[in-house]
Design a binder for this molecule. Structure first.
Ligand SMILES: C[S@@+](CC[C@H](N)C(=O)[O-])C[C@H]1O[C@@H](n2cnc3c(N)ncnc32)[C@H](O)[C@@H]1O
Length: 354
């Protein structure tokens, strides 16, 4: 296995400063790959350099450093080429979320979008039925949420998708437990615009939920309400402009044309089988939905994390919006789908989110 090293890890291995590593890269003595503002090196290259090319480069290599594990904010940071795909502004880790999350630096991500297995909702999917009981599932949920809390910035938000099942309604218990673990911030309704015809003993279900959590009661999360506004239709604008109470029509019209704030019921049609966006994942979320969440919760350049990347909707939206991102997905087939999807976005310079 050949690890990927940050300049910080390479500096530790060679016993020199990070500035020295950057200079060696600049001089062409160490090969590296640029990823955003970071430079990444391959462990074997650093090792070769240590063995043969390191005259005057510092103290001898310490064996226990060569696995490229470094401490950052008390956390381990370790990547390997085998499980990491660097692409665009981000990276996909093809691994179990619980293997990767503990290795991420604390306090890094402005926003986390988690669309986890729901437990016995998608009865045909192995990944949605991997727990013996709802208690096992809830314990697992607590484990990854605690890790998410650790890596979430103090003014960040954690969005968790949830659905009620046909037999198990574990989502209700998750919400209650998680609201004790972190601070409840909001419950967003994703209105799928059409019902999915699964119930005959009640109204037809049409929505899914997104629980939003922040660190604590006294933390104030970043949230740009202006980033998502809904346009008024022309008829409404004209009728509002006839309102005599507003003297300055120009200012009034400018204000109306900005549109109104979105509510916490986000109406975005779910993806139909025939949709061009649909890419072969049973619970793929629409880009139009995820990109609204990212737009209000992050600025350009912020880091977005998705521990259950699936077909890569979060990565695709973050990439198109100029955010940095990290996605974790345990199913190698979905990783390939996500990778292809992001590559396509990168190849279209003016990718539209509509
Ligand atoms: C609900 S889907 C996410 C769908 C995604 N939001 C999209 O738009 O495509 C959940 C995903 O989590 C993945 N998964 C399940 N258990 C996992 C684990 N322990 N670590 C990482 N990924 C996991 C599944 O393979 C599945 O693709």
């Amino acid at each position: 296995m050949d690890n990927v090293l940050t300049t910080e890890a390479a500096a530790l291995i060679l016993g020199v400063s990070q500035a020295r590593i950057r200079k060696l890269i600049k001089d062409g003595r160490l090969p590296a790959k640029k990823r955003g503002r970071d430079l990444l090196l391959q462990e074997s290259d650093v090792q070769l350099f240590a063995d043969y090319g390191r005259k005057n480069v510092g103290r001898p290599v310490e064996n226990d450093c060569v696995n490229a594990t470094i401490m950052e904010d008390g956390a381990m940071y370790h990547t390997s080429y085998e499980s990491t795909i660097l692409i665009g502004n981000g990276e996909i880790r093809s691994d179990d979320a619980l293997n990767v999350l503990p290795t991420l630096p604390a306090n890094r991500y402005q926003m986390i979008i988690a669309d986890p297995p729901y437990f016995q909702v998608l009865l045909e999917e192995q990944w949605d039925n991997a727990w013996q009981s709802s208690d096992d599932y809830l314990n697992w949920t607590l484990e990854w949420v605690r890790q998410c809390k650790r890596v979430l910035k103090q003014d960040g938000l954690l969005y968790i998708f949830g659905q009620l099942g046909k037999r198990e309604h574990v989502w209700l218990h998750s919400c209650s437990i998680l609201a004790k673990e972190m601070q409840f911030h909001d419950m967003i309704i994703w209105d799928r615009a059409v019902g999915y015809n699964e119930r005959y003993d009640s109204f037809t279900p049409q929505y899914e939920m997104v629980l939003v959590l922040r660190h604590a009661a006294n933390t104030k999360p970043y949230f740009d309400k202006d980033a998502v506004r809904l346009p008024y239709d022309e008829e409404k604008i004209q009728s509002y402009l006839r309102d005599k109470r507003y003297k300055d029509k120009e200012i009034r019209e400018k204000h109306l044309r900005k549109g109104k704030y979105a509510t916490n019921i986000l109406r975005v049609p779910s993806l139909k089988g025939s949709s061009k966006e649909k890419i072969g994942h049973p619970s793929q979320k629409p880009i139009a939905l995820i990109s609204q969440l990212i737009s209000v919760s992050t600025r350009k350049g912020d880091y977005v994390l998705d521990p259950f990347l699936g077909s890569g909707t979060t990565a695709a939206s973050a990439q198109a919006l100029g955010r940095n991102w990290l996605g974790i997905e345990s199913n190698a087939e979905y990783v390939k789908i996500a990778q292809k999807r992001i590559a396509e976005i990168i190849s279209v310079p003016e990718f539209s989110l509509d």
